[in-house]
Design a protein around this ligand. Structure first.
Ligand code: ATP
Ligand code: MG
Length: 397
């Protein structure tokens, strides 16, 4: 018997289907994102319907593509598929071939009849196909826990038969929710915060505060590596590196040591807000989590938040460190995050940071020096670097 040749991948949208009138835009964006993620595979052909996306492999090995689709947000699941005529004999033949190519001993046939003109109802197709497999093999039907699930989608023009379904990344296609600016440190939390933001369909740019020569070039590279790791979920990430040393030194000269961290954060947010506005980002994102460290109490968040009207998204705000670490491992940033490089905060680490900073006191301390011109200087000297994912030892985009 001839070998089955899988010639398509069928992509399901899941969550998108509930989004009413935004749906077309979502599907278009998802389709664009998939094309971008596969731009180095020019032979692929795409077809879109209101509830599915079909990728015609055109002779390509499906494995690299199956691997790549797992990082595209907005996909609920996808399957390797064979396209046949919408004819019951063709369907039976291919489904049977597919079943015997598998070593699994139990199966179930699941038909979805999109073309209501098709002469048999779904259940009749299930029975007809199952009968052929039962008659010609030792496989048994198991409707509750089948090891092999043969899925058949009958459409007017053609029918897709599948038996290998992979769970997608879920979420929304990156870009449908606009853009936000992630404050990216070299730590564990902020890359995870970036990942979770992208998962909700929000594209990100990143800003990193570096304090050379107190922080090294290797520390900066570590942050760029982290950005590169999460850039796989949206194609590329623009990283703004801000030379923050002057501002930090001024803070430590002019402010009480206990308020230094608070004031430094307020400066970071002010700068981030300017970068965000200049780059059409509608919100800031941080890796803050309530209670993790002295600077992350609600009082502290309030005092830091007070310098901006922009929403600050804190995707991991309620997560335990262990939960954040688990996610960091899953998305592949953990090993880089724990590399021991200096961070701008650790270098000027004050002995007794205040845990309940007051807005009025922060404002008073800031009146002691001309921080606005320092901020101007920081923004003016930003370095912009666009990072891309590194996978399979080559750039994908
Ligand atoms: P992370 O693991 O993300 O560094 P953390 O638990 O170490 O988080 P902090 O160092 O208090 O927390 O920082 C809180 C948040 O402030 C970070 O998650 C990040 O969003 C932002 N941040 C801190 N330092 C920097 C920096 N040098 N550049 C950009 N953002 C920063
Ligand atoms: Mg940190």
């Amino acid at each position: 018997m001839e070998q089955i040749v899988y010639n398509h991948i069928l992509v399901r949208f899941g969550e998108l289907s509930t989004k009413g009138k935004n749906r077309n835009e979502f599907i278009r964006k998802l389709s664009d994102n998939i094309r971008q993620c596969c731009s180095d595979m020019p032979d692929l052909r795409y077809e879109r319907t209101h509830d599915r996306l079909y990728i015609h492999l055109n002779g390509m090995d499906p494995n690299p593509l199956m691997d790549r689709l797992k990082d595209v947000f907005g996909i609920s699941s996808y399957s390797l598929a064979v396209k046949v005529e919408s004819d019951i004999e063709a369907i039976k033949k291919t489904a049977y071939q597919m079943s015997i190519q598998s070593d699994e001993d139990t199966f179930k046939v699941e038909t979805r009849r999109n073309d209501k003109q098709f002469l048999m109802i779904s259940d009749e197709v299930n029975r007809a196909v199952a009968t052929v497999i039962l008659k010609n093999s030792d496989k048994k039907v198991d409707v509750h826990h089948p090891k092999l699930r043969i899925q058949i989608e009958i459409r007017k023009e053609c029918t897709y038969i599948m038996c290998w379904t992979v769970k997608g990344a879920q979420g929304y296609p990156v870009g449908v929710g606009g853009k936000a600016l992630l404050l990216l440190s070299g730590g564990i939390d902020s890359p995870v915060a970036g990942y979770l933001t992208m998962k909700r369909g929000v594209e990100i740019e990143a800003v990193h505060f570096a304090s050379p020569p107190y922080t090294s070039n290797a520390a900066k590279q570590k942050v760029l590596d982290l950005a590169s790791k999460i850039s796989g979920y949206q194609g590329k990430i623009k990283v703004h590196v801000i030379p923050f040393t002057e501002a930090q030194l001024a803070i430590y000269e002019n402010c009480d040591e206990s308020y230094a961290i608070t004031i430094m954060r307020r400066m970071m947010v002010r700068i981030a807000e300017r970068i965000a506005s200049a780059n059409k980002c509608l919100a800031l994102v941080t890796g803050e989590s309530v209670g993790q460290v002295a600077s992350q109490t609600l009082e502290s968040m309030q005092t830091i938040n007070d310098v901006t009207k922009m929403p600050i998204l804190r995707p991991v705000v309620t997560y335990d460190k262990i939960e954040i670490i688990e996610l960091a491992k899953k998305i592949g940033t953990y090993e880089t995050s724990i590399l021991p490089f200096e961070d701008c905060c650790t270098i000027f680490d004050p002995k007794n940071p205040v845990t309940k900073p007051k807005i009025e006191r922060a404002v008073k301390l800031e009146e002691k020096f001309d921080f606005e011109s320092l901020l101007d200087e920081c923004v003016k000297n930003e370095e912009v670097i666009v990072v891309k994912p590194v996978k399979e030892n080559k750039n994908l985009f």
